[in-house]
Design a binder for this molecule. Structure first.
Ligand code: DON
Length: 320
């Protein structure tokens, strides 16, 4: 409130800013390319007309356009959060004794390890399965889920964080590739001692099946933009180092096989998920979440990518 009286907001003319965001939102609505993921019925049944954009600044100003209160599965947008939680919990040295920092140059679910027999980075499936195994490994599996769920909720300032059991069951049923990855990694001694392969995979599927809304996603991205302090609650939920490392890897590895081009063209840390969400971080300014289920051939939301391109076209948010 003090900032409001002194007009010291990070985006001073917020009304004018949001009018321009709304214009971009409308432009993207005309993008009818792509189709929803169809490897499980819960995603195949998505409504391709759904389109939402929500943003939250580092000083807590909010704006939403379109379908921003409809729950969807977080899917791979859980990967940076799990990585940030593992870093906050045990530090970078320990986490990176199990997972690398290099873009893989391969598809997100490819069976391959780097030259030191680690998955390339925490943003691909192999790396995310490993970071899942690092989250509170001494707790019982149900308590591990409760722990991560409660941490997501703190990162999201207490906003909606649900769970789709149907998605979890479908993920588990269609997980041959993820099982193959895990067995391959177990053979190569990638897991910490005592990690249970099946329980770790089930935990990973559960974390992909957590539901958020675009509004929740905007606060999550804003916490990452704000060095780990949730802008809506003022609570420090992630360490500054964890956030810096997470944003670095979102920047280089967050957008599947489009990561290099996305870094070049948009210049922002971002992470997309197969349900059509993109978490976009403008460091020290704001977090944005876009959601539109239709994906391009690389697995990124078509409208979400168009939004990011228009955003950096209109504003000087590109890192360079
Ligand atoms: O593990 C899977 O195949 C999916 N549940 C992950 C979804 C996703 O968004 C793809 N990620 N990189």
């Amino acid at each position: 409130i003090g900032k409001a009286f002194k007009n010291q907001f990070i985006i001073p003319d917020f009304i004018q800013f949001t009018e321009q965001i709304h214009d971009i939102y409308e432009i993207c609505k005309n993008d009818r390319r792509g189709k929803p993921a169809d490897y499980i019925p819960q995603l195949a049944r998505a409504n391709p007309d759904n389109w939402g954009v929500a943003l939250c600044t580092v000083d807590g100003q909010r704006y939403s356009a379109g379908d921003t209160t409809i729950p969807f599965c977080i899917q791979s947008c859980s990967k940076p959060l799990n990585y940030a939680l593992a870093l906050t919990d045990m530090g970078a040295e320990k986490v990176h004794s199990y997972v690398g920092q290099e873009p893989s140059g391969r598809s997100f679910n490819e069976i391959c390890l780097d030259s030191s027999n680690k998955p390339h980075n925490p943003m691909i499936n192999a790396g995310a399965i490993i970071t899942s195994s690092l989250l509170k490994p001494t707790l019982r599996i149900a308590d591990r889920f409760d722990y991560v769920h409660s941490q997501y909720k703190r990162i999201a300032g207490g906003e909606f964080v649900g769970f789709s059991n149907a998605t979890y069951l479908s993920e588990k049923e269609t997980a041959d590739r993820n099982f193959s990855l895990a067995y391959y990694m177990r053979e190569n001694k990638c897991f910490p001692e005592n990690a249970d392969l099946v329980k770790t995979l089930e935990f990973y599927f559960q974390l992909c099946s957590v539901e958020i809304t675009a509004e929740t996603g905007a606060v999550i991205a804003a916490t990452l933009a704000n060095g780990g302090i949730c802008p809506t609650t003022g609570e420090k939920v992630l360490t500054g180092d964890a956030v810096r490392n997470t944003l670095s890897l979102m920047y280089s590895c967050g957008m599947y096989d489009y990561s290099g081009q996305f870094a070049f063209k948009c210049g922002l840390p971002a992470k997309s998920g197969v349900a059509g969400a993109i978490l976009i971080v403008v460091p020290n300014v704001m977090g944005v979440c876009t959601w539109a289920p239709s994906l391009d051939e690389l697995g990124n939301s078509c409208r979400g990518i168009t939004f990011c391109k228009e955003l950096v076209n209109k504003f000087s948010f590109h890192n360079y």
